[in-house]
Structure formats: C-alpha cells, structure tokens
Design a protein around this ligand. Sequence first.
Ligand SMILES: CC(C)(COP(=O)(O)OP(=O)(O)OC[C@H]1O[C@@H](n2cnc3c(N)ncnc32)[C@H](O)[C@@H]1OP(=O)(O)O)[C@@H](O)C(=O)NCCC(=O)NCCS
Length: 132
Amino acid sequence: MTYQDNPDNLTPDQLQGFFQGWPNPPSPETHLKLLKNSDHVFIALDNNQVVGFITAITDHTLCAYIPLLEVLPSHQKQHIGKELMQRMLKKLEDLYMVDLVCDPVRVGFYASFGLKPLTALGRRNYERQSGE
Ligand SMILES: CC(C)(COP(=O)(O)OP(=O)(O)OC[C@H]1O[C@@H](n2cnc3c(N)ncnc32)[C@H](O)[C@@H]1OP(=O)(O)O)[C@@H](O)C(=O)NCCC(=O)NCCS
C-alpha cells in the first residue's frame, strides 16, 4: 500500500468502484475533478489502483470540513480508512474546527479519532449528486 497527498498523477481509470450505494454517483472523471479541486487529499494506492481516499476543504485560517472518505469494499477493515483519517487530521491539526457529517453507524469510527458528536444540518439535491 502506498499513500500520496496529491492527485496530480492520477487518471480516471485508476478511480473505479467508488461511491458505493450512491444512486447517482460521480463518474471517475468527476471524481478526479473533485480530488483536484479539494484543498487537501490523501490517496491510498494498491498496485497502482486507488483503493481509498479522503478530501478536505478549508479556509486555511480557522475551519476545515471533511466531505468524503471511502475505502473500496475489497480493502476495508485493513486500517486504510484509519491511516487516511490520521494523515488528514495531522494536516489540519493547527485549525480551530474540523467538522464532518456521517451516518449514525459511523459515529464510533470517527469518535475513535477524538471527534465529538455535534448537531448538523444540511441539504441534498440528488439531481446534482453526480456533479455533472
Ligand atoms: C468508513 C470506512 C472509510 C472505514 O475504512 P476502513 O479502512 O474499513 O476502516 P479501518 O480498517 O481503518 O478501521 C479502523 C478502526 O476503526 C474501527 N471501526 C470501523 N468502523 C467502526 C464503527 N462503526 N464503530 C467503531 N469502530 C469502527 C475498526 O474496527 C478499526 O479498529 P481497530 O483499529 O481497533 O482495528 C469504510 O468502511 C468505508 O469506506 N465505508 C463506506 C463509505 C463510508 O461510509 N464513508 C464514510 C462516510 S461519512
């Protein structure tokens, strides 16, 4: 397993199988676009295929948000998600606030990094879920 902190050398064919369970998922091309447009990313590669990624957007002053973290089903439970989270939290360690939103089933995973439950509100426009 190798990890890298930028997507510049990636191609869409290395980004297969993500957004599991999304009804209207982004294409690999759109996935690469969102990686390039994020302020920070970490990417896990196995045999030159991306098997996990995490993104963050930030004002570089006080605040950051972690919108996306995913490890391919074939590579879950091998501490890749943990490694990606640890690298991103280290990158963001000087900021006042780091937020993310997750399903109740993931609260235990994120709490293991010291994150505390907060109240979140949000909006989803499923017609725009693919980003295209
Ligand atoms: C969530 C996800 C990224 C975790 O990645 P992963 O590589 O399978 O997780 P890891 O192997 O790094 O797990 C790290 C630790 O967290 C623990 N953990 C995982 N999920 C947990 C949960 N719901 N509650 C408590 N602990 C959990 C693991 O048991 C492991 O513990 P250990 O260090 O004692 O062995 C992965 O399951 C995934 O991509 N899921 C689908 C997409 C998703 O839900 N993304 C998050 C959106 S908010």
